[in-house]
Design a protein around this ligand. Structure first.
Ligand SMILES: Nc1ncnc2c1ncn2[C@@H]1O[C@H](COP(=O)(O)OP(=O)(O)OP(=O)(O)O)[C@@H](O)[C@H]1O
Ligand SMILES: C[C@H](N)[C@H](N)CCCCCC(=O)O
Ligand SMILES: [Mg+2]
Length: 202
């Protein structure tokens, strides 16, 4: 299976969850647009235990840690959704990580979420539970539904909030695939632990 990982914002835990999913499925990993450093691909590489996952090089590595539409402008390149072809691999499972949230622009007319839409790829939504995140999550859900994007489920990352989780699940109708606690340290063992939990929910 192929999955596209989006989130309610940047720094939400997409790379952490992508690592966990790659570990669970022994999937290949691809971050098509990297804006700024360190590269998410390096984080994934450093935290996997399996020997099957192939790390596919980014299509664009932009120098500025900013929205891709602006980082691209600074580097004098043009991002166009139609130029992004899925990489061909022998692995039946591929995890593709977006940049920031779903409605992050890649140019003046297209958004990150146009990529999974054009590939007909199911999305997994990563959400955090800070005060204000119910609104951010349900707005994202509303946009995914409006665009008829297939959604495999939602992942809650960081400090938990059961009442927020429950109202988000109620309104979205999404399945909760995993809850990731706020960990003191992220290492290979932590990734393996969540990967084995996730396997039961896929
Ligand atoms: N549950 C967690 N426990 C501890 N640290 C976490 C947790 N989730 C994320 N982090 C840390 O928070 C930071 C941001 O997470 P991450 O890089 O996964 O976000 P992202 O959504 O991929 O961001 P981007 O939009 O830049 O791709 C990283 O340093 C990550 O290791
Ligand atoms: C630089 C960062 N880590 C991501 N790569 C891009 C985040 C773009 C966020 C744009 C926005 O929603 O304002
Ligand atoms: Mg990331």
């Amino acid at each position: 299976m192929n999955y596209f990982i989006t989130a309610i914002g940047t720094d939400s835990g997409k790379t952490l969850f992508s690592t966990i999913l790659c570990e669970a499925l022994e999937a290949d990993y691809w971050k098509p647009i990297q804006a700024g450093f360190p590269r998410d691909t390096d984080f994934v590489a450093a935290h996997l235990s399996n020997l099957v996952t192939d790390l596919i090089p980014e299509k664009y590595v932009l120098n500025t840690p900013a929205s891709p539409h602006y980082a691209a402008e600074i580097d004098n390149v043009e991002l166009r959704a139609e130029d992004f072809d899925l990489p061909k691999t022998n692995n039946p499972n591929l995890v593709v990580e977006g940049a920031g949230g779903a409605l992050v622009p890649i140019n003046n007319s297209e958004f990150v979420i146009d990529l999974p839409k054009q590939w007909d790829m199911p999305v997994i939504l990563v959400a955090n539970l800070y005060l204000g995140s119910i609104n951010h999550t349900l707005l994202t859900v509303s946009e995914l539904k409006r665009r008829n994007i297939k959604v495999k489920g939602i992942v809650f990352n960081g400090p938990s909030n059961p009442s927020s989780e429950s109202i988000i699940l109620h309104h979205s109708g999404y399945q909760c695939l995993l809850r990731i606690k706020q960990e003191k340290e992220i290492n290979k063992e932590v990734v393996r632990k969540y990967a084995s939990e996730l396997k039961n929910n896929l």
